[in-house]
Write a protein that binds this ligand. Structure first.
Ligand code: PHB
Length: 391
């Protein structure tokens, strides 16, 4: 069968060398996965890879007769130059059909021009600054945007007795987006932002920021820090510096209480209220099936988080494109298939907005509570079908 394909390709192309390469390339759909797999953000790459493996364990590694191949590349963190070089290698040397991954905004922004020049569909599985999808017509995002998850918190907080807030965000794209979106809806609903504090993205010591928050005496602090180590570090400071004892509540986007690290964060997180698009406690058949398959596929990797779910859904999106195009990936046709795509995600219903190529999805209000002795983000309210309000 393979020989026959090769021979007919030789006949069609008339040049043996070219035909051999073409026939081989046609057997495989290559996906370049760009994310941090080492350094302080290594969990991001791990969660994405685990989500991808979970999808492939369930759906197989062949679509429309093509084998799906994942080529992993480690950015080591928010380093634009490395992300760019890796994307160039994937396009030029590996001849990938899709670019995927992107844990942090600087990685995604650095690669967007390459997606445009090389015409490679680029599936964002986390990076969440609003502007990213506007940087290339070949980008589709299956994660979220910070304005999308922060604006609902401004409304919820103002309507639930919180009048004065200090905001604390990581000082880069997603943090600045979160600060602006929260403020807009919070103030529109009668709230007051006493102070807007920004901390550096890399290795902040939260102690001085926490002291500033304490001195301002707000009802609550609204937080965005990137998921993982920084969230752990903030919650440690929150506990040790007596913010809870001073009666200052924590409200945040769900990055702070990321399902993957929540069990390691201790009881200081109990009662923290967040708005987000995915909780491991989401009660649906899709999520139950996802959690089961995830545990089976990645038995040592703990609880999946929103990045694992976005990667799982991103693979679903790619598989559907490959199926629809019968294994022949034309970049413009691929983007047309992605626009308006609807997915029954473990998070709830997901649609890729045909105009912005961003995720339209429910944003849930959740509270950290113990379920069978383990902390979970328990959903108790829903903002349905939320679009990115920054666009
Ligand atoms: C981002 O850099 O876009 C980013 C990183 C971590 C998050 C959310 C957004 O939890």
């Amino acid at each position: 069968m393979k020989i026959k394909t090769l021979l007919s390709a030789v006949a069609a192309a008339g040049v043996f060398g070219f035909a051999a390469v073409a026939a081989h390339a046609q057997d495989t759909i290559k996906i370049g996965l760009i994310a941090p797999f080492s350094g302080p953000f290594a969990d991001y790459g791990q969660m994405m890879e685990d989500g991808i493996k979970t999808y492939m364990a369930e759906h197989g590694d062949t679509v429309a007769g093509k084998k799906i191949e994942i080529i992993k590349k480690d950015t080591t963190g928010p380093v634009p130059d490395i992300a760019k070089r890796l994307a160039q290698e994937l396009v030029v040397r590996d001849k990938v059909d899709f670019l995927a991954g992107f844990g942090l905004t600087p990685e995604a922004l650095a690669v967007a021009p390459i997606a445009t020049q090389a015409k490679k569909p680029m599936i964002i599985m986390n990076a969440a600054t609003s502007i990213i999808t506007a940087k290339s017509p070949y980008i589709a995002r299956v994660s979220m945007t910070l304005p999308q998850v922060s604006a609902p918190m401004g409304i919820w907080a103002a309507k639930n007795g919180i009048k004065k807030v200090v905001t604390l965000v990581a000082d880069y794209g997603p943090g600045i987006d979160a600060e602006a979106a929260f403020k807009k809806t919070f103030v529109a609903n009668g709230g007051q932002v006493l102070e807007a504090v920004r901390a550096p993205l890399r290795n902040p010591d939260f102690a001085p920021y926490i002291q500033r928050i304490k001195d301002a005496k707000p009802d609550a602090v609204f937080i965005f820090v990137p998921a993982g180590e920084q969230a752990i570090s903030f919650m440690k400071g929150y506990r040790e510096r007596g913010l809870a004892a001073a009666g200052i509540k924590v409200i945040a986007t769900g990055d702070l209480t990321d399902d993957h690290v929540l069990p390691a964060m201790g009881d200081a997180t109990l009662g923290v209220i967040t708005t987000f698009h995915y909780s491991a406690a989401h009660d649906s058949p899709e999520n139950k099936a996802f959690l089961k398959q995830f545990a089976k596929t990645n038995p040592k990797d703990g609880r999946p988080n929103f990045m694992a779910v976005a990667a799982f859904d991103g693979m679903d999106a790619i598989y559907r494109v490959v199926k629809k195009l019968d294994g022949k990936i034309d970049p413009d046709k691929a983007m047309a298939v992605l626009k308006g795509m609807k997915i029954d995600s473990p998070r709830g219903p997901l649609m890729i907005d045909p105009q912005t190529r961003d995720a339209v999805q429910n944003v849930y209000v959740r509270k950290v509570e113990k379920v069978n002795g383990e902390p979970y983000n328990v959903e108790f309210d829903t903002f349905a079908d939320v679009k990115d309000p920054a666009k």
